[in-house]
Design a protein around this ligand. Structure first.
Ligand code: TNX
Length: 524
């Protein structure tokens, strides 16, 4: 069956002794399992052409979906159990609605690669091998970050990736919505954020010496209704969408729209365009009351759109030169009795930490938010290696491990010159498969602070879904197994076994039309 991610327990299976789906097969769901049943019926109706009617089951020609208390106790809300046999049908018991849904995803994989197509190929036999599966995730946060700021990804790409995430049992979509090069979400109170901030003049696709030019302006944004639609689509798939509004660095698109947000006593902020180059940018937000009120208002609108607990406020790569030169910023440091500019950034982050906490939400930020003192309720996304995450876990903070060294999907996949323009060094599929999110030197208690892991797709070098597919897959499949399955230590992982299962998985990705990097390299 070659399931990916691998389930916790799976009995040997028999394809010659299988439950066969037919025109009479019914699909039933008890309360709590209807959502998964709706998804499964729609997903399989495309490929199989079978009605899978939701009528009361008669006999054993049935797929039953149910929420089950015993499974909840033993495997948690995301856990599930599948029992399949020709004489009893298929049973999917989930610990909660999410567990039933992940079980339904597993069932689709059990049916074979053609179950991933959108329309039937003709007569086919749809077999569910006789077996018993028991499964539950290792981490609660199994994330994928999509940078829609550097290159805007229209919402159909987001829906596509939500489907791909669900197929791999990933459950957090982190949308990087703002950066120097673009602002991608409608804010009613500040229309210039999208009127001005969502478009830029032509930019280089790639870094420094790259000869590639994208000879046209680039832009786009999501309306608030688009966001509601994305969040609803994600929710149906048990995926939480975490929005990121990056402050106080990576904010030039916002300053281009509202120059009063920048350090106007240091530079002419009114002359700043939406940035057309990449990298770390000195033009950062002023640490002023104007900035605080502005972002409180932005976040107020975002809280209406994104119901999840966590709001990401960035915090990465904020050069402090302008704050050092700004009389206003220096006055603020004195007033607040702070040591330096790092503490000033920390003060800004703390402000939003308590602002969010008062509204029942939690702040998450990149590991730079540790510098100058971590806000009390903050969770940390550790990207510059593991050290930030380790320090945060030791200080009792929740951590999402996403070190660039292992899970940055904009890094090349081999040293071959023929790889598409990448950001940095080679990180192969095997490197990702051997990624261990919890450093061995953490105590049990500290390790429990690592609430999950995330793979990040920064899109400076990805200007289309084709390049995104190539960079994300197959590595995202290996990452999903790291996030979901209880794998042994990196050196003991069964890489050959994973590669063998991937052969079946490539056929699934082919059926879905994913343009993954071929295992033989850029030119197979
Ligand atoms: C660093 S990761 C950044 C991003 C870039 C990325 C490229 C992080 C928090 N900041 O702005 O896109 O490197 O790999």
């Amino acid at each position: 069956m070659d399931l990916i991610p691998a389930p916790r327990h799976q009995t040997p299976y028999a394809t010659d002794d299988a439950f066969v789906l037919g025109p009479e097969t019914t699909l039933t769901a008890t309360p709590g399992a209807e959502g998964a049943a709706r998804w499964l019926r729609a997903a399989l109706a495309g490929a199989t052409g079978l009605p899978l009617a939701p009528v009361e089951p008669s006999g054993t020609d049935v797929i039953r979906l149910a929420v089950d208390e015993e499974v909840a106790r033993e495997l948690g809300p995301e856990g599930y159990r599948i029992m399949a046999a020709p004489d009893s049908g298929v049973h999917i018991f989930g610990g909660g609605p999410a567990g039933v849904f992940w079980g339904a995803q597993t069932l689709r994989q059990m049916l074979g690669a053609d179950a991933f197509r959108r329309a039937p190929l003709g007569e086919r036999e749809w077999k569910v091998p006789t077996c018993h599966i028991q499964d539950s995730p290792r981490f609660g946060w199994r994330g994928f970050m999509l940078d829609v700021a550097r290159h805007f990804m229209p919402k159909d790409i987001v829906f596509r990736y939500l489907d791909l995430m669900a197929a791999h049992k990933l459950n957090v979509l982190h949308l990087h919505l703002t950066d120097d090069q673009g602002w991608r979400v409608e804010i009613r109170q500040y229309p210039r954020l999208t009127e001005i901030g969502s478009w830029r003049e032509r930019t280089k696709v790639g870094l420094r010496e790259s000869p590639l030019w994208d000879e046209r302006p680039h832009g786009g944004y999501y309306t608030q209704d688009d966001i509601r639609e994305i969040v609803a689509y994600a929710t149906e798939r048990h995926i939480t969408v975490v929005p990121e509004i990056d402050i106080p660095g990576h904010s030039q698109a916002a300053i281009a729209a509202y120059p009063e947000l920048g350090n106007a006593d240091v530079i002419d902020t009114a002359a700043l365009p939406v940035l057309t180059s990449w990298g770390v940018n000195p033009n950062v937000l002023a640490p002023s009351d104007t900035t605080l009120r502005f972002y409180e208002n932005v976040l107020t609108e975002l809280l209406e759109l994104f119901p999840g607990t966590f709001i990401h406020i960035g915090g990465d790569e904020c050069p402090k030169e302008q704050w050092r030169e700004s009389a206003d910023a220096q006055r603020r440091i004195k007033e607040l009795d702070l040591e330096d500019e790092d503490e000033l950034q920390s003060w800004l982050i703390r402000h939003f930490d308590s602002w969010l906490a008062e509204r029942g939400r939690r702040l998450i930020g990149w590991d730079e938010i540790l510098e100058g003192g971590l806000a009390p309720g903050a969770a940390v996304a550790s990207w510059r290696g593991f050290a930030g995450g380790v320090a945060a876990a030791r200080a009792g903070h929740d951590v999402v491990m996403c070190p660039e060294s292992h899970v940055y999907l904009d890094w090349r996949q081999s040293e071959s010159e023929e790889e598409p323009v990448p950001i940095a060094h080679a990180r192969s599929l095997e490197d990702v498969y051997r990624f261990e999110p919890v450093p061995a030197d953490l105590t049990r208690e500290e390790a429990a602070r690592v609430i999950g892991t995330q793979a990040n797709a920064w899109t400076e070098v990805m200007d289309s879904v084709r390049v995104l597919d190539y960079m994300a897959f197959p590595r995202l499949a290996a990452f999903a197994e790291v996030a979901w399955s209880p794998l042994p230590a990196p050196d003991e992982r069964d890489w050959a076994g994973f590669e063998a299962r991937m052969r079946t998985h490539y056929a699934r990705l082919d059926a879905l039309g994913v343009e993954y990097r071929p295992p033989a390299g850029p030119r197979p």
